[in-house]
Design a protein around this ligand. Structure first.
Ligand SMILES: Cc1cc2nc3c(=O)[nH]c(=O)nc-3n(C[C@H](O)[C@H](O)[C@H](O)COP(=O)(O)OP(=O)(O)OC[C@H]3O[C@@H](n4cnc5c(N)ncnc54)[C@H](O)[C@@H]3O)c2cc1C
Ligand code: SF4
Length: 529
């Protein structure tokens, strides 16, 4: 086996972005991905295949805190979860980087300030071709550059919703979107603005995902190698435990070991914790880098609610995910604690409701599912869940993941839903029809909806309470880094992917400095009018 300068394990938002950033340096990089390329096939855009047959969800079995098995919503492909994501690419709020008082406690401060992440957010927005409009969202943090691409326009029903919200004194904004759309030049647009985006793979590779925008371009360089269907199962260390000396990989039942000067774990929050815990040794008896007993703890995944309202007029919107609302992010008139973010999700269809039988009856028994779908307006509400050491990933004797989780911030979650419900009458919707959708959760065990998983290897300045230092290097291992959403000490209430991407670029610069390589030239993407 050849020796590499850097081995990166996992090709999603964290790992894929990092490899893209390291590639121009000429350093030898090995990317290990347990999944395969996601096939481009008609089923990519078939709601029944995606939402009913779960075609792109891994066959893993995990267990909840009571030992009950469930199928987690994880995706093992080149590009990781970004292959299926909604590409709502938000920055955390500047306040999310400090201590923030919530109804159920404190959302703890990060070891770096927003200002240190800002240049990397700008770079990540450019790399992932984000569309948006600055200045509309009053909670928006400061930025050093405009969005590289103009906001995706609202379709008429969503424009009406924006107008109605504004008339009610609120501040709806154009949601930041990672789709490669050129509305002023559709013949040359990669994106065709279809209805099967959020939760679906993009058949025409027009979504700003980690495969298309990072892994493929990185692989054009001869110094970057990727192995697919290559699952890292154990990290070996030097006898004193200070250095990772080998990455043991399972490829179709065969074991092989790869070596690198630096090893970066980016398997997604639960699987990264699993890999470290499974790498226990004499030097690290509780799991690699786990002298503090923090690996696997503080798992977060957002207190999310997917709900559907019924518009009085039909809602013929095709691409619905263009509007966000953060007026309640830090609280409301009668509640001094943060409530969270409201945004649109992909337009629901009758096929997505199949299997959700209560939905039909709870909405209106006389309506057919198609009728419901024609009138549906779909919202996604996110309230921050707080880090709790008891919410954790542990390994069962058979090596499978056990995920123990007790929710927090249930009161603000309820209030956020109530806020939306109380406004429906002014928004041209039936005021008593707001019902949960389980299109994303798909399972009676709520922890299965782990799309926004984070926090199992948090970074911090104190090795007694964190796994990683502020460069995302393990306190206890000199050449081990983690760059997926595991590093989050708190999760905020906006979608996490852009923060993972920006942080991977930040850690990438640190690694280039460490290796004595030059940082890539910052090229600002020309803004398209
Ligand atoms: C349906 C859906 C919609 C979403 N929508 C949004 C959205 O609109 N906006 C947003 O910001 N976020 C969204 N997310 C969340 C977002 O996709 C994740 O936060 C982000 O991808 C996490 O990045 P990551 O690097 O931590 O993990 P991932 O992107 O999941 O990457 C982990 C990678 O590691 C690989 N891997 C795992 N274990 C191993 C191993 N042992 N060896 C080798 N490889 C391994 C996996 O196969 C995977 O490719 C969504 C997620 C889903 C599922
Ligand atoms: S809306 Fe655009 S990016 Fe999304 S799936 Fe359709 S073509 Fe792809």
């Amino acid at each position: 086996m050849s020796h590499y300068d850097v081995i990166v394990i996992g090709s999603g938002a964290g790992g894929g972005t990092l490899v893209r950033h390291l590639a121009p340096s000429g350093k030898r990089v090995l990317l290990l991905e347990r999944g395969d390329w996601l096939a481009r096939e008609p089923q990519n855009w078939q709601a029944h295949d995606v939402f009913v047959d779960n075609r792109y969800i891994s066959a893993d079995t995990w267990y909840d805190g009571d030992g009950k098995p469930f199928q987690p919503q994880v995706h093992y492909f080149v590009g990781g979860a970004t292959k299926l994501y909604g590409a709502a690419l938000y920055r955390l709020r500047a306040e999310d980087f400090g201590d923030l008082r919530h109804h159920d406690g404190i959302s703890p401060a990060w070891p770096i300030a927003y200002e240190q992440m800002e240049p990397y957010y700008t770079l990540a927005e450019q790399l992932y071709e984000v569309h948006g409009a600055r200045g509309e969202d009053p909670t928006e943090p400061p930025s050093s550059a405009p969005y590289p691409f103009p906001a995706v326009s609202h379709e008429p029903r969503i424009q009406q919703l924006a107008d109605d919200l504004a008339a009610a004194g609120l501040h709806p904004f154009h949601a930041p979107c990672g789709v490669r759309l050129r509305e002023d030049d559709m013949p040359h647009s990669h994106c065709v603005r279809c209805a099967t985006c959020d939760g679906f793979p993009c058949l025409v590779h027009a979504k700003s995902d980690a495969e298309v925008l990072c892994v493929r371009p990185a692989l054009e360089r001869s110094n970057v190698t990727m192995l697919t269907n290559a699952e890292a199962v154990r990290l070996e260390t030097s006898p004193d435990g200070r250095e990772v000396t080998g990455v043991v990989v399972d490829r179709g039942g065969e074991r092989e070991t790869h070596t690198g000067d630096v090893v970066v774990v980016s398997c997604g929050a639960a699987n990264s914790a699993r890999l470290l815990l499974a790498s226990a040794s004499d030097a690290h008896p509780a799991g690699l880098a786990n002298g503090s007993d923090q690996v696997g703890r503080n798992y977060m995944f957002h207190n999310s609610q997917a709900v559907l309202a019924l518009s009085k007029e039909e809602n013929p919107t095709v691409f619905q995910k263009t509007l966000g609302l953060n007026d309640f992010y830090f609280g409301s008139r009668d509640f001094d604690f943060p409530l969270g973010n409201i945004q649109m999700v992909g337009k629901s269809s009758a096929d997505m409701y199949r299997g959700e039988k209560p939905l039909q009856t709870r909405l209106a028994p006389q309506r057919t599912l198609d009728d419901v779908a024609r009138h549906a307006v779909d919202f996604w509400l996110s309230t921050e869940d707080l880090p709790n050491p008891g919410n954790r990933v542990t390994l069962r004797d058979d090596g499978a993941i056990q995920l123990s989780y007790t929710p927090s911030n249930e009161e603000p979650k309820k209030r956020l839903l109530h806020q939306l419900k109380s406004m429906l009458g002014h928004l041209g919707m039936h005021h008593d029809h707001l019902v949960p959708r389980h299109a994303y959760l798909k399972n009676e065990i709520p922890v299965a909806g782990c799309a926004h998983q984070a926090g199992t290897c948090r970074f911090g300045t104190d090795p007694a309470t964190s796994v990683l230092n502020s460069d995302c290097r393990a306190h206890e291992v000199d050449n081990l880094y983690v760059v997926d959403t595991s590093f989050f000490p708190s999760i905020g209430a906006v979608n996490p992917a852009l923060t993972a991407m920006a942080n991977a670029l930040r850690v990438g610069d640190h690694l280039l400095d460490r290796m004595g390589a030059s940082r890539p030239e910052r090229t600002v993407v020309q803004r398209v009018a």
